[in-house]
Design a protein around this ligand. Sequence first.
Ligand SMILES: [Zn+2]
Ligand SMILES: [Zn+2]
Length: 369
Amino acid sequence: MATVSIKCPNCGGGLQFDPAGQDYECEYCLSRFTQEELERIAPKAGAEPAESNGADAQAGKTAQQQESFQEDGESSDTEQAKVYTCPSCGAEIVTDDTTAASFCFYCHNPVILQGRLEGKYHPDYVLPFAIDREQATEIFFGWLKKKRFVPSDFYGPEQIEKMTGVYFPYWLYSCQVDGRLDGEGTRLRVWQAGNMQYTETQKYDVSRSGTMDIDHVPRNALKKADKKLVERVMPFDTRTMKPFSMGFLSGFFAEKRDMEREQFQAEVEQEVRGFAADSLKSSIGSYNTMNIRSQEAKIRGPKWEYALLPVWTLTYKEAKTGTIYYFACNGQSGKVCGKLPVDTKKLWIFFAQIFVPLLAALLAVGYLI
Ligand SMILES: [Zn+2]
Ligand SMILES: [Zn+2]
């Protein structure tokens, strides 16, 4: 399986994606390149990776600023016992089964494991980091300031060095929902005249229907990921996602998914239907009584897409108890969550977060009998 480094066209050093400028920086000669420039100079570096093999690497050294090394032996999709070689220094690269982008332990150049981003694992989208390491560190200290009784190991220099930018794999679910609701509502009016009390009951046939576009409901697709860590930094604004390109991963870690969309299908559909039903109900207005006779939510055009989304993470293992604490920061918005030795006790209204990028168009009709 091939490994890839995005190389500087000037000096051949490892290029890294820079979130602040949304472009690429060479840490050796300090040149900067935009995505477009890289694609022009070395089409393979930025755009869709083509099939790479040993011959490619030979020919590519001068013309394309990308080097590929083919691993000896078979290149199957089974990930165990794979040996990867650093394209820059030739050292062996040690990875987990799900690692898709990492760094060489010896020469510290960014390395992308192209084979883990191909075929059915080729992401549809990537949401590039917008927050760089420096900003993430600032956000961390800002967040920490509000906490008390935090052991100093948690924010010592050694610990801060472990701040890691990771592209986590997510499934994104989109669909349209046709919702309909029929019911009977009553409104009462009570008044007095002389000794008499009058009650007027007005009955209304209430019907609501509408179509909703549900865009990109996210589901984390990595088993080993700390669920709280990857869910509580949501939402991501998926409108700024880019079609996947390997270059964005350069200088970060990236994980490959190990959960398939079938695992989430039933649960997401139920959630989407429930949301549609609630939206219709909340559009009804006020009646003294409301009897819902029938309702339905039909899902049309369901679609799953595979995306890599950016999160800064910092984990800390308390020596005494072995408890793992963490800090996570949305790499796009800077939204923070974490678990500290002092509990934050903050609960999140999960529902609202998930459905941020949602547009609801409702048609409302009420008939007076
Ligand atoms: Zn350079
Ligand atoms: Zn190396």
